[in-house]
Structure formats: C-alpha cells, structure tokens
Design a protein around this ligand. Sequence first.
Ligand code: ME8
Length: 663
Amino acid sequence: MPEKKEKFYLTTPIYYTNGLPHIGHTYTTVVADVIRRYKRMRGYDVVMTTGTDEHGVNVERAAKKAGVPESEFVAKMADAWRALWDELGIPADEFVRTTDLTHVRTVQWLFKLCRENGYVYKGHYTGQYCIYDNAFVNDAKPGDNCPDCGRPLETITEENYFFKLSSFQKPLLDFYKKNPGFIQPDTRRNEIISFVEGGLKDLSITRTTIRWGIPVPGEEPHVFYVWFDALTAYLSAVGGPEYEKRGYWPADLHLVGKDIIRFHTVYWPAFLMAAMLPVPKQVWAHGWFLMDAAKMSKSKGNVVLPRPIVNMLGMDALRYFLLRDVVFGQDGNFSYDALVTRYNSDLANGLGNLASRTAALIEKNFAGKIPKPAALKPQDEALAKEAQAAIGEVLENFDKLSFARALETIWTLIAAADKYLTSEQPWALGNSEADQFRKATVLWTTAELLRIVAALAFPVLPDSAAKVWSLLGQSDALGKFELDGLRWGQLVPGTSLGKSQTLFPRVDKTEAIERIESMANEELNPPKAVPAPAASAPAATGASAAAAAAPAVSDKIGIEDFAKVEMRVGQIKTAERIVGADKLLKLTVDIGTEIRQICAGIAQYYEPESLIGRKVAVVVNLAPRKLRGVESNGMIVAASVGPEGRPVLTGFHEEVEVGARLK
Ligand code: ME8
C-alpha cells in the first residue's frame, strides 16, 4: 500500500465521433473502469480519461450529410458517448473532447515545442490515404484499397508540416530496451521493435485540404492532422501545458486496441521526446472482439451494442463476460450464446446461488445473524487456506491485467464453497448442541468465503459484489475497502444480514437471445420521430407513450379523429414481471374477440397477482411493437397521477362485458 496516495493515470483511446459506441469500445472502457476500481482499492489516487476525437474529414462529411455545422454535430455525438458511459456506470473522471479549448492550446503548445527543438519542417507530401482509418498507407499505389478496411484509398498531395520521426529511430529503440514493460503484451513489443528497426519515415502532421481541425497558429490554412491532435488529448485531460500542477503526467497506462498500437508506441513517445516532455509508462494493446470472425464495424452491419445486453442481463453480466471469456490481449469471438451460457452458469447458478443459499440458511438457523464458528475440521481449514491463497493470486493477476485468470481463481473458490456445502449438508444437521456448533462453523465459513469473493470480485462486478457485501451485513462502501487488508477470518459473528435480493435471475437462453437481438434491432433502426405526449394525455402504459399522445399542435380534434382509436373493455388473465425490464409487466388480456399480449409500464406500482381478473380499458388498434424485446399488442389506459406520473388503471363501477367498445 503506498504511504501517501500515489497517483495513477490511465486512459482509453478517445473515440471517433462519426459513430456510436459498440461492444468493442465498451470493452476498452470497461477494462479501464475495472483497473480504476482495482487501483483505488489498492490505495491509489486514480484518474481515468476517455473522450472523443472530433476532427477530420469523416466528421466534416458526416456533419454535411446531417445538414448541421460540424461543431453542432460533434457536440451531440460527444453528449451521446458521455451519456452512454454514464448510463453504463463507467464514466470518465476526465472526459476530453478534441474541440475543448484546453486541448486546442495543448496541441498548439506541443507543436511549438517540437518546432523550437528543430523537429518540424515544411514540405510537400503525396500519398495514398485511407479516409476511414485516417492514415496514410505506406507503399500503396494509386487505385489500391486500404489493407485494413478494404475501402478505396485516395491520393493526396499537399503542403504539410512534417515531424522528423526519422530522427527517433535510435532514441525509440533505446527507450524500448530500457523500458521493457512499455509495450504490452510482449508479442506486440516485438512487432513494434521490428517495425522501428525497419526505419522510420518523417510524418506529415498538418493538412491544408481539411478545414475541420485545430489551426496551426499563424500558418492558416494548415490544421493539425489526426494523430498529432488526438494523442495529445491524453495530456490535455490532465492540465495540458500546466500538467505539472496536477501531477498526473506521465500516464501510467494507455489502454488501446491493437489497431492503434503503432501510433501510441512510436509516434506518441517521439512527439513527447521531441518536446522534451515525459513519456508514458506503459501502452497495453488488447485484441479485438470479432463477430463471425470479422472486426465489428457499422458498415459491415455486424456490431454488437451494449445497451440491449445490459437491459436484459445487467451491466455486471456484460462486464463479467468481457473479462472472463477472452484472455486480455488476444482476440475473441463475441457470441450471445456464450454470453447467456456464462450468465446462467457462473452468475445465476454460481455466485448468485451461493449467496442466496448461504443467506437463507443463516436466516433460518441463526435468525439472520452471522453465527460464531466452533471447533474446526480439516475441511473447514482447507477451505480457509484456499481462500487465503486466492487473495494473493487474484491480486497478482489483476496487477498483470490477467483478468480471466483472476476471475477463474475467484470462481474456483465459489465452486469449492458449493462443494463444501453439498458435502457438509448443514441443512441436514439436527438441533443437538454439537449439530448447532457444526452448522455455525459451516455457515460462518461459507459466509466468510463469500465476503472474500465479494471484495475480490468488486472491480469487475461492482453492483452485485456490493449487494453480496451488504447482504453479509457489511456497512462500509465496498469500493473504499482496502484490498491490502483483506484476510481470512475478519467476518464478525453476530453481524446481522442485510436485506436479501436476487442477484442474477436465471434466464431462458433462447428467449434472452431473442430479446437482446430484438432490442438491438430497435436501437439500430429506431422508429421515426413521433410528437411528444401532451401534458393532459392519459398515461400510456402500453405500447408507446408517444404513439398514444394527443396531437401537440391543435388542442381540439374532430370526432372522426377520436373514432380512429378503438378502445375496448379487456380483462387481465395473466400478469408477470419481465427479467431485465424493471418497469414493465407482461399481461395477457382478453378483449372479447381474442387474448392479447400487452406490456404495461406499471410494474413499480402494481403487484402482478393483484391484476388478475381486473377489467381495464384497452386501446386495441395500435400497431404491435416490441418493448425491451417483448411483443406488445395494444395498450392499457391509465391516468397519470402526481409529479412522478404514477399510473392508475381505469376501471368500471358497473358490470361491463369484456370486449365492449368505449365511445
Ligand atoms: O481509433 N474489439 O478511435 P475509434 C475491441 N480516435 N476493441 C475495439 C473494437 C473491437 N472490435 N473496436 C473498437 C480511434 N475498439 C482514434 C483513437 S486515441 C488518441 C485516438 C476499441 O473510435 C479499441 O480500444 O476507432 C480501439 O483501439 C478503439 O476502440 C478505436 O476507437
């Protein structure tokens, strides 16, 4: 544990704003968040940066297509990226935009330093350029396609400022040698060393053909070109020219995908060396998540989105899968099948089941208080030893960013506890004093193991580990717990258990996948914009609030407009909650001519059982649509009450026939 809080600065790439985040971007940001939480639990003062890369031709074109100025386009996109990270619980400590003023100043300052030190000159450049990857392709001929994305290259000739990258071959090779941990994993280091040994060409760092970029002061129309601009964001985020005041530079860790390792391990240290600024300590390049063996991209139509998965299974499930299923550094295939299988086996049947089983047994046998262990048997001691050893192993693996290994060790412990419970059978013990002592020992041991599991799993499963933690009656915030102090034996007997809650409800694989895919489809192909609901409209608890809204423009409608809405008396036959949709109930409703499935946003206000047999007003001629992946064919009418819009279902004071039309 560092004496005085040592600083730790880590970054994700700053993502392009011409698209929205998919699971690949989410992966890097999740990993950064896991490291951030882990380092905080090891006593570090951590800052994590992410952000958006907002300049360049692609943005110019996308803004034009959208018919808005570039600044407006990127502001919306940056908001969308930031909002998604917030929603997923992985917000940056510093969110840097390359259009931020501090960033603009930092880029101009870095350029000035490089120029003053003699590493910048003016020249002409003609090259084959991929506008999608924002990179010149060395050795390509006119008419070639990009070797990375396969799309046509463009020939570009223009006056540029050049950076003397060629002067840095030896300094870089010396630097890699002195700092063998700088490029990780090792295979990537070897690739980069061979690349640099092969010779470095000077690099064009400004453009005159692009308008949307940071201007080179006094040299307009030159604007800075992608990588000189983008990489500098890491420094801008922690103070830019005043970085020394904040004290986070040099970065401890740049996390990147393998696609951009060269820019981070060759260009970036060279720019900083040229400016005589400190060089980051480590660049870690992870592999790609592939879909059907190809890199995900929106143009190929094979992207996986995070939100539908999170809606269905929860963020912890996604985090767990991303870190458990693929060895960090290697490529991995993304499959919904593997995701849901892991969810059911490791989370629902594994951690979730162990926690609820243990809590239920303590509740039943010890009135919800952690029992005091009595004499230990060898099997109790063996489990304690295994858990104590796991602590060291897990920390070591987190330190090496071997997340899959760390999780494997934690889940081996969970399996050992399951086996222990099954063989000790505390539920089969009687009420004799000896049996009571044995029960107490077994249940304390299992609960103590769970406490250790929760602490170790927290960086990856922040929500559910915290739930297990409070289930075991631990009142301190788990995120502030210091892992260096974690030892077997700290669970205090007599502690009252917290409220029990289901951690990971088991799901049907086929249904879960169908719903995730359907939600992804809705997100990728959103319905056309609809008018906002008028304040006086009845609460739309069914298919869509917007679809049921009264026209916003005129406050009067003709009878013929009202006649278009077919409302009938329906009777609720069944009602159930929907996994992954806290607000919705799935109802089947008899509308006289048929039984309809309708989703209603009333789950927070009505118990499903209380609705059976109830007669309600139903809009029956709404186009069917899917809500959270569940088909809804109609809408239940309710009043919207109070500032929170509490739904109150309509009802009838006299006997009415099911199917009667409301007029
Ligand atoms: O390259 N699998 O931005 P970008 C795993 N703006 N990770 C993936 C992935 C996949 N299929 N797809 C994307 C840029 N990523 C530049 C960076 S940094 C100074 C400038 C992740 O929006 C991975 O981290 O194309 C990759 O490096 C990054 O997103 C690329 O994001």
